[in-house]
Design a protein around this ligand. Sequence first.
Ligand code: KG4
Ligand code: ZN
Length: 343
Amino acid sequence: MNILAIETSCDETSASLVSNGTKVKSVVISSQIKIHAKYFGVVPELASRAHIENINPVITETLTKAGLSFGTFSKKIDAIAVTVGPGLAGALLVGVIAAKTMASIYHKPLIPVNHLEGHLYSSFIENRSIRPPFLCIIISGGHTELILVEDFGKYKILGATRDDAAGEAFDKAAKMLGLEYPGGPILDKRAEFGNPDAIKFTRPYMKGSWDFSFSGIKTALLNYLKANPVKNKRHLNDICASFRQAIAETICYKAFEAAEKFNLKQIALGGGVSANSLIRKMFDQEGRKNKVKVFIPSLIYCTDNAAMIGCAAYLKQKECGLGLSYTRLQLTPTPSLLLENWY
Ligand code: KG4
Ligand code: ZN
């Protein structure tokens, strides 16, 4: 089954042509980082406008890269999938309208996908061996969620952040340190050259709960910087390394603790922060030590991308037997869509 998937929930306009859920024939991601960088965060209105400008070129490029055109579309595409939430209302609307328009013109079934389900199944694109039950940790700019995937479409959210998402904490810390936006990847690079034991930031393990809280580490950094302004590059790298260590250890500790408690032998990561080099290394090492299989997507599938939406859409049809209903033209974006809300 060939699915054309569209993702516009935040600041990436993306389309992908995915065959049978895991064969990515093409994926195009147009990032808006340059537009939002000067505001140190995503500006919803600017995001919507950029999606409007990008959506057609991104879809066209996706089809071209897969060797298709609008002329051959009808013959080669079986369904269209689109992210319907959660996300920014205006941003989601652009993707949903594009998907509905194409579904209507070409008489194709339309598959609505929850953005978090995309991240949740992003590991499936490259690993056919993974099957539920497994533990998934979604760590991104907007989410930090520990999810027990009991079966396809059957999820239990064990815990979530009570304040900042992991990516948000990285971005805000980077801003305090005078680094550019988005700070997560820049802080990560600097941390590679620093001493992770230089400053002992507390680890917010939130014992007795599966929730996370990153605002405390952020405040600890702010207080540290007030008392110890950045002296030089070496000092900056040490702060980055120590901050990254605290966040990575917290995430890793909680994930493996949950895996043990629920007797799960597989952990899948998803979301932009799973691109963090220390988090990847730590999960890999802990996985080997604890005999837990760890699935971490390639960098391109960590960030927001339409291939994971195509993969999730396929699994919904195949594994949950939802079948392909015809164009749901009544479909509307749902900015605060919950993971449990299964379409
Ligand atoms: O999943 P994503 O692309 O978009 C959201 O849905 O939020 O995640 C973006 C987040 C940003 O906060 C960014 O700073 C963070 O992921 N991020 C990283 C790294 N690469 C991206 N954080 C830490 N280390 C990285 N290497
Ligand atoms: Zn995301």
